[in-house]
Design a binder for this molecule. Structure first.
Ligand SMILES: Nc1ncnc2c1ncn2[C@@H]1O[C@H](COP(=O)(O)OP(=O)(O)OP(=O)(O)O)[C@@H](O)[C@H]1O
Length: 794
């Protein structure tokens, strides 16, 4: 905080301020002298012989001391001030701000020889020289009117008064020290002041004054100056300050610490190709030098990675460079292909990713390709990449109009082909859906929606006859659904615990989970919601798939009703059953917590969990469905430790959704082809499944525990894999490694995975050896910084 005084005294502040105070004291004295001159000429004196000089207005900052002057003097026949030699009394009065009554705070009694003082609050008020009042450790309550009265020879004067204004140090608050770009930032400057003058307050950035709003509270003694800004990346590191000025008295400032941090998810703004042939084009002349420049915005500043996949190749793109540009010194046929620029940054453990790709080709124009420009024949030579004028000999000459017409015709044919392909694809998908719907209908009769409150009705049919009429649409009347408590959130849904009437018109109630679409969901999100619902309706039931109970889409907000997975997510379930966690607190007695003994999951149970997930995935695969971001935090667990999958769809929908939510990609679980090309299919699910098996065997630990997301990405691309866990057999590690094969075709089928697991389950303790469990898995916080940081090469 910086302070500049016009008038105040301070004996507590630092040396700098002391100097300023000295200056201020002189100022005050100068003011007092001026005041005295005025008083001498204009005020009524107490008596002809004894006179007083009154104090002057002052402003002082809380915590400082101040001295108010009231001098007693007499003048000789020449008008020169002399010491008073006759008896007199001087009384100091104080009338606090906003109060109508004055009280005596100090009194001087002089017999003409010496003066005694009586202070009415000795800790606060002290006497200095004759008739001066010292006020110590000023607080806001000391603001008000101070007057000194002279009583000489029984003739009391009216006295002299001065206002003391007390200024508190302003407090600057930055309410949003961390925010995202485009969000609002609010800075408050709160000033406590007492006295008759309101300060002038403004927010500044350097010397630039900014528009802010002023609010005065508490009987005009507190002022709040609010600055509202829209966060932009450029504001990073900015510190705004609040400037408070008491005109003619003091200027004070406070800074809104900490400096601003404005996050922005990595976003590629442009990818520019330039070549030595002087053109910005994706067609490059042979031998030309090419530079591709990728520019991204974001805070923290994004990291760039370039990948390349040669033309005609279906292999994984290989990494080229970790920088914002990539250069090819001499472009050749082998450089033809797809180049990808990735920009990544991490904000509060969430990873944000953006990518662009471009195709580079050799210039097709070979020798003697001719155009007729302006009646003159030109020949384009690919060697130099430049057009050179030369006389054309013979050959057919095309006018630019003819070339244009040809291109338009070509485009039209292309459009028709695309249209036909799309129509055929849509028709095929519709057929699949109809087939699925039929399959579903066939299973409807014996489909018992699991009784969620088993105690109530263990074997009853969930959907009553009245609802079954609605069965094809799965619609449940809204009056039969009750939302009780929100337990979670998805990207565009709220997840609620709820209740539903099992039979209309009765009080037969079951517990359900309700996913409620956000009111402000975008059209795209509505589409994802309804597609997910439609897919769930079509998939025949399976013990490892979360069961759909019904939906409500007649009115907003749309609802999906699901069976309850009491144990929460698989990740939470695993962490709760970690070996180190043998006791859990289940409640509190009078003072003592109540513990319950928990059992660590057995080796067999761990392998069963892995098998259940594979079984659910195999079921989905039969209907050509894939998972949306498979990881233990997205698999649910129902009573009895039964894994339940939810969040699946057709690959193109999932790809679309993953692209939409690309910003928060679960990099640690993603297959290399998903990372680079946004490809999602059964084989990418198998890769993620391998990572999920690792999570199961590590009781819900985060995969690649010691690496940041960028390092994970690079490790995966350079063929590195997580190392063999010390407590797992070679066979089980081999299964994980197969899931992580670089070539998707080399990864196992779910059938093969289930086959392998079924063998392992029979002698589970030989595959998951608890005696070899690493120390980091035996404690509660093992997930945070376990030692599983070695790296294997695929
Ligand atoms: N059937 C259920 N039983 C118990 N809890 C559930 C159930 N469904 C969802 N939840 C809880 O709600 C949370 C969010 O649900 P979920 O992840 O399914 O939402 P989502 O829409 O798929 O999320 P996202 O948009 O991130 O994909 C889960 O982590 C889980 O804790």
């Amino acid at each position: 905080m910086r302070i500049r005084y016009f008038g105040a005294e301070d004996n507590r502040r630092n040396a700098d301020e002391q100097q300023q105070i000295e200056r201020c004291r002189h100022n005050t004295m100068a003011l007092s002298t001026a005041f005295m001159l005025v008083a001498l000429t204009s005020r009524v004196l107490a008596s002809d012989l004894v006179k007083i000089q009154g104090p002057s207005d002052n402003a002082i900052i809380v915590g400082n001391n101040v001295e108010l002057f009231c001098l007693v003097y007499t003048t000789d026949e020449n008008g020169v001030q002399q010491k008073v030699t006759q008896p007199y009394n001087v009384t100091w009065y104080f009338k606090p701000e906003g109060v109508n009554v004055s009280r005596v705070v100090l009194e001087f009694i002089s017999d003409g020889q010496s003066a005694n003082s009586v202070s009415f609050d000795s800790s606060k008020y002290k006497a200095a020289e004759v008739a001066r009042l010292q006020i110590l450790a000023i607080s806001l309550g000391d603001a008000g009117l101070y007057t000194c009265h002279l009583d000489a020879s029984g003739q009391p004067s009216t006295g002299y008064g001065a206002h003391l204004m007390v200024i508190d140090t302003p407090a600057c608050h930055n309410q949003n020290p961390e925010s995202f770009s485009e969000q609002n930032i609010t800075l408050d400057c709160i000033i406590n002041f007492r006295g008759y003058r309101m300060p002038i307050v403004d927010w500044r950035l350097g010397t630039l004054k900014l528009n802010s709003t002023t609010e005065v509270l508490k009987n005009k003694s507190v002022l709040i100056e609010t600055l509202t800004l829209t966060a932009t990346e450029q504001m990073n590191g900015y510190v705004y300050h609040c400037h408070v000025e008491y005109p003619g008295l003091a200027q004070i400032e406070c800074m809104a610490h900490p400096s601003l941090r404005v996050y922005k998810a990595a976003q590629i703004m442009s990818v520019v190709v330039s070549s030595s042939s002087g053109q910005e084009s994706s067609r490059i002349a042979p031998g030309a030098k090419v530079r591709m420049q990728c520019s991204a915005q974001g805070y923290p500043v994004p990291q760039y990675t370039w990948y390349f996949r040669p033309r005609g190749s279906s292999s994984m793109p290989r990494k080229l460079a970790i920088q914002d540009y990539y250069e090819i010194p001499s472009f050749q046929a082998t450089d033809e292909g797809m180049y990808y620029c990735y920009a990544i940054n991490e904000i509060n453990t969430r990873v944000f990713r953006d990518s662009r790709n471009l195709t580079l080709q050799l210039q097709e124009v070979e020798y003697n390709q001719q155009y007729n420009v302006g009646g003159q024949a030109w020949s384009a030579s690919s060697a130099g990449g430049e057009l050179q004028a030369q006389e054309s000999d013979s050959g057919i000459q095309f006018s630019p109009y003819a070339v244009g017409a040809l291109i338009s015709a070509g485009l039209a044919v292309l459009l028709i082909i695309v249209f036909v392909v799309l129509a055929m694809r849509l028709k095929r998908e519709r057929k699949i859906r109809e087939k699925l719907a039929r399959a579903h209908d066939e299973t409807l009769d014996d489909q018992e929606v699991e009784l969620l409150d088993e105690g109530l009705q263990p074997n009853g049919h969930f959907l009553p006859a009245e609802y079954s009429r609605l069965k094809m649409s799965w619609e449940i009347p809204r009056k039969d659904i009750r939302l009780l408590e929100q337990i979670g959130r998805g990207s565009f849904v709220e997840v609620w615990k709820g209740r539903m009437r099992r039979t209309p018109g009765t009080n037969d109630i079951v517990r359900i989970i309700v996913k409620k679409l956000d009111a402000e969901a975008t059209n795209k999100e509505r589409h994802f919601f309804s597609t997910e619902l439609e897919v769930m309706k079509m998939v025949p039931s399976h013990p490892n798939i979360v069961r759909l109970i019904g939906s409500y889409t007649s009115n907003e907000p749309w609802l999906t009703m699901l069976e309850v997975a009491q144990e929460g997510t698989l990740q939470e379930f695993l962490q709760r059953h970690r070996p180190g966690q043998q006791e859990i607190v289940i409640g509190r007695g009078d003072d003592q917590p109540v513990f319950m003994r928990k059992h660590t999951l057995t080796a067999q149970k761990l392998l069963c969990l892995a098998a259940q997930v594979a079984s659910g995935l195999e079921h989905l695969q039969k209907f050509k469905l894939i998972y949306y971001r498979l990881q233990s935090a997205r698999v649910l667990v129902a009573k009895g430790g039964v894994c339940k999958l939810s969040g699946f769809g057709f690959p193109h929908e999932i790809g679309d959704r993953n692209m939409y939510q690309q910003a928060s990609a679960p990099i640690r679980w993603m297959a290399p082809e998903s990372l680079v090309e946004n490809v999602y299919n059964t084989k990418t699910d198998v890769w993620s499944y391998g990572v999920l098996v690792w999570e199961i065997l590590h009781f819900g630990m985060t995969p690649w525990p010691r690496l940041g997301p960028q390092e994970v990405l690079e490790s995966v691309h350079t063929g590195k894999r997580m190392p063999p866990p010390p407590h797992c057999s070679k066979i089980i590690y081999g299964l994980m490694m197969k899931c992580w094969m670089a070539n998707p075709e080399d990864r196992p089928t779910y059938d093969a995975i289930l086959e392998s697991l079924s063998h392992m389950v029979t002698e589970a303790e030989a595959h998951v050896v608890y005696a070899h469990l690493p120390a980091y898995l035996q404690s509660l916080d093992g997930g945070a910084d376990g030692d599983a940081d070695g790296i294997s090469h695929a």
